[in-house]
Design a protein around this ligand. Structure first.
Ligand code: PLP
Length: 404
């Protein structure tokens, strides 16, 4: 049984009020709230097992190292990677993409080579490639979408050339909610001999993601969007690819031997983890994974699917409602505008009712351009949201409409 009342008790912040109203937190696409067990794990480690990892012979250092490496194994199992060597800890999705753009770009791309992105990418999967373009003269091609917010697979196929070196697409749109057919996207890339990077920032918190089933070459996500701490993320890469890439940053941890004449690098995954890692944060990420696993990813997905469907039905009752993204396969993100009420006004006034939504371009300005809007209001649901909160959102929107 999915006991939502009991689940909500796991998240202390959900009991607070904002401007005298019960908090209705619908900005989960930006970051999720944290279960007590996750925060407790961070505090416990600081209080009882804190020491730098991978470098001490003393008891605490070994204990901290064991916890850190156990977290890597938890992540491996969570996304079904073959080996912990394929799990690189980073600061988040953004750093993971930058790591790849830099290293893959250095090793495998030169002037005139191309990367294929999609029109619905977050800036973090656009700008690193533009920086690479500025540095090395690579080209960027973009998969377009239809008015429902679904990628045009025929057009995608036409973008390949002998200069295509990588495809990098989001699994789920943080604006439209669209869940892209990444397995098919990857298969098509492989048919052209091209590897594929999947931005799973908005999918890993909501559905089972299996890197072997997808046959993803690289996959990235952030802990904070899936009930874990800020400042930790993951870069998954197939061993053969990570092995072939040069290091990203230099420093401690990532070396085997250093002399002024010649330095050799550590084995995977440490080659990409220069400096002291956020070993407390990785414990938090592992706790968050344990938490969602205990609830069951399938149960979470079913709950969020039901809630999203209910929200779409209720929002559609509102006169002047425009929902952006009508993909057949969609996740728990809904972007909308009502009449000619500015998204910023709507967000600000909803906030006064205790309802937290995101407004603006959602770090996806090229997508906004495609939609012909400057920004939208976005409600995004998590495992703890309820139908009552959807009703509060609808009532809130109706109240704001009356003010205009
Ligand atoms: N990719 C997508 C699809 C996102 O929604 C986000 C964050 O909103 C990111 C990447 C960037 O994640 P982070 O800021 O945690 O690095």
């Amino acid at each position: 049984m999915y006991d939502i009342a009991k689940i909500r008790e796991d998240f202390p912040i959900l009991a607070r009020t904002v401007y005298g109203h019960p908090l209705v937190y619908l900005d989960n696409g930006a970051t999720t709230q944290k279960p007590r067990v996750m925060v407790d794990a961070l505090v416990n480690e600081y209080y009882s097992a804190n020491a730098n990892v991978h470098r001490g012979v003393h008891y605490l250092s070994q204990q901290a190292t064991e916890l850190h490496e156990a977290s890597r194994e938890t992540v491996r199992r969570f996304i079904n990677a073959c080996s912990t060597d394929e799990i690189v800890f980073t600061r988040g999705t953004t750093e993971s993409v930058n790591l790849l753009a830099s290293t893959f770009g250095d090793e495998f791309m030169g002037a005139g080579d191309e990367v294929i992105l999609s029109v619905m990418e977050h800036h973090s999967n656009i700008v690193p490639w533009q920086l690479l373009a500025a540095r090395k003269g690579i080209g960027i091609k973009v998969i377009p979408m239809n008015d429902q917010g679904e990628l045009l697979m025929d057009e995608y196929e036409k973008l390949f050339s002998e200069r295509t070196k990588l495809v990098s697409v989001t699994h789920a749109s943080n604006v439209l909610g669209t869940v892209n057919p990444v397995k098919e996207i990857i298969a098509k890339a492989h048919a052209h001999g091209v590897p594929c990077l999947v931005d799973a920032a908005q999918s890993v918190p909501h559905t089972v993601v299996d890197v072997q089933d997808l046959d993803a070459d690289f996959l990235v996500f952030s802990a904070h969007k899936m009930y874990g701490p800020t400042g930790v993320g993951v870069l998954y890469g197939k061993e053969k690819w990570l092995d072939a890439l040069p290091p990203y940053q230099g420093g401690g941890e990532m070396i085997q031997h250093v002399s002024f004449e010649k330095t050799t690098f550590n084995e995977l995954p440490f080659k990409f983890e220069a400096g002291t890692p956020d070993y407390i944060g990785t414990t938090g990420l592992a706790q968050a994974i344990d938490y969602v696993n205990a609830l069951g990813m399938d149960q979470i997905a079913a709950h969020e699917h039901d809630l999203t469907q209910y929200a779409i039905d209720r929002l559609r009752e509102i006169p002047g409602m425009r929902i952006f993204g009508e993909a057949a396969h969609r996740g728990s993100v809904i972007s909308f505008l009502v009449g000619n009420i500015h998204h910023f006004d709507m967000g600000t006034l909803l906030d006064r009712l205790g309802i937290a939504v995101r407004t603006g371009h959602h770090c996806a300005q090229p997508l906004m351009q495609r939609l012909g809007v400057e920004g939208t209001v976005r409600a995004s649901f998590a495992l703890y949201n309820t139908r009552d909160e959807v009703d509060a959102l609808v009532a809130g929107i109706e109240r704001v409409m009356k003010m205009f």
